[in-house]
Design a protein around this ligand. Structure first.
Ligand code: FES
Length: 400
């Protein structure tokens, strides 16, 4: 594997095209290897925290639960990490890297949350804590509240870890994380998990950002890279400031990914804005990555549409949104019923967009829907559906 890393670093140096880049990569590799060799197996073993593989998608608790904030710290110009623990010291449940926590904003102590948002867990599973990293959105109902008012010692309302954008922990092949900005958070959880629980499994994470100030969690990922020869971080910056550190200048492209990874092998996890993932997930599949090896999590808008493979297209299915009086013809490229509704101009509440929170639950007046994977929110009655993860299998009428 060490040869593989030398190859990756050599490719990066080749893309950079600078002799100084080659020297830096070689020095970093030698330092990584020396540090790795100096660590004992017992040190590594003591860091391992087992994930509950037998119940990977079952919520660890139902409803809201009060957790204590034990630490907060900024990890970029606009992203802050929040670390939660049980106030009584009860061990935190395990989760599968890639999952998220839903956080509820409470305006009056003792009252129910008035708004809720989902944030990816950004650390490996640990009985001591659950950790999220949140980008502050100006005017954001929950992110701005968290950033501006929540600090260590406060209590917050959270729902159990959920979501189906998860690392496939049964696989042992290469993991490739592809992130834009705060999309690095689930990749950080995955990288930390793999380096602890699956030593020897290779991980490459691409982080694309504007400049160094907007590269969340890069310091801890660099530290992980120094401690583990099987982990490689490739940082791209489109508009670096003078003095910023990065591996490549510019935007992430399939050309860069294919040159660094070499072959369309391994499992690929993408997290970023919809347009970022639409272009890269389609390009990965066209490069030759099997469709079921590409997973994505969207933020800031609808999920990307997975590329429609030749021969897969089927006749459009009529969908009616009765309450709003709108109609659509659903095709596989629409992704899901929520995307189709938004395309048709239908307003629908949605938080997680992953079938986990139930916010988008709608009455199914007529027709049938199907899910690529069973939603983690439930139970769902036969005459209900979760549009964010549902596709119609016949002419369908929704109460929306
Ligand atoms: S938006 Fe959360 S289940 Fe659909």
């Amino acid at each position: 594997m060490i040869i593989g890393i030398i190859t990756i670093l050599a490719v990066i140096a080749q893309i950079i095209g600078l002799a100084t880049g080659t020297a830096t990569a070689s020095q970093r590799l030698r330092a990584q290897w020396r540090e790795w060799c100096s660590r004992s197996d017992s040190q590594l073993a003591s860091q391992v925290v087992a994930a509950d593989r037998s119940r990977p998608f079952s919520p660890a608790w139902s409803g809201w639960r009060s957790l204590r904030v034990i630490d907060t710290h900024m990890v970029s110009a606009d992203c802050k990490t929040f670390v939660f623990a049980d106030p009584d010291g009860t061990p935190m449940p395990s989760f599968v890297p890639g999952q998220f926590l839903m956080v509820g904003r409470v305006d009056e102590p003792g009252t129910a949350p008035v708004a809720a948002r989902c944030y990816s867990l950004s650390d490996a599973p640990s009985p001591t804590h659950l950790q999220i990293t949140v980008k502050r959105i100006e005017g954001g109902q929950v992110s701005a509240w968290l950033h501006d008012t929540i600090s260590a010692g406060d209590s917050v309302q959270v729902r159990a870890p959920g979501g189906r954008f998860v690392l496939d922990i049964e696989r042992t092949d290469l993991v490739v994380g592809i992130a834009a900005g705060v999309g690095i958070t689930p990749m950080t959880s995955m990288a930390k998990y793999v380096t602890k629980m699956q030593p020897g499994r290779s991980v490459i994470v691409f982080l694309s950002a504007r400049d160094a100030a907007h590269c969340p969690m890069v310091d801890e990922l660099r530290a992980l890279e120094r401690s583990c020869p099987f982990f490689t971080l490739v940082v791209l910056q489109s508009r670096p400031e003078p003095g910023d550190h990065f591996d490549l200048k510019g935007r992430l492209s399939i050309d860069i990914i294919s040159r660094v990874v070499g072959e369309p092998i391994g499992s690929y996890y993408l997290c970023g804005p919809p347009e970022f993932m639409t272009s890269l997930s389609d390009a990965l599949i066209q490069w030759g990555v099997p469709k079921d090896s590409v997973s994505f999590e969207s933020f800031g808008g609808p999920k990307p549409h997975t590329a429609v493979i030749e021969g897969e297209a089927s006749a459009p299915i009529p969908v009616e949104f009765r309450r709003s009086g709108k109609k659509a013809a659903f095709s596989p490229a629409d992704g899901n019923l929520l995307d189709a509704a938004e395309k048709a101009g239908v307003q629908m509440d949605a938080d997680c967009r992953a079938g986990a929170c139930g916010t988008c639950l709608k009455k199914l007046i007529q027709g049938k829907v199907q899910y690529d994977q069973a939603p983690s929110f439930g139970p769902i009655a036969d005459d209900e559906c979760l549009p964010c993860v549902a596709k119609p299998s016949e002419a369908t009428i929704l109460d929306a």
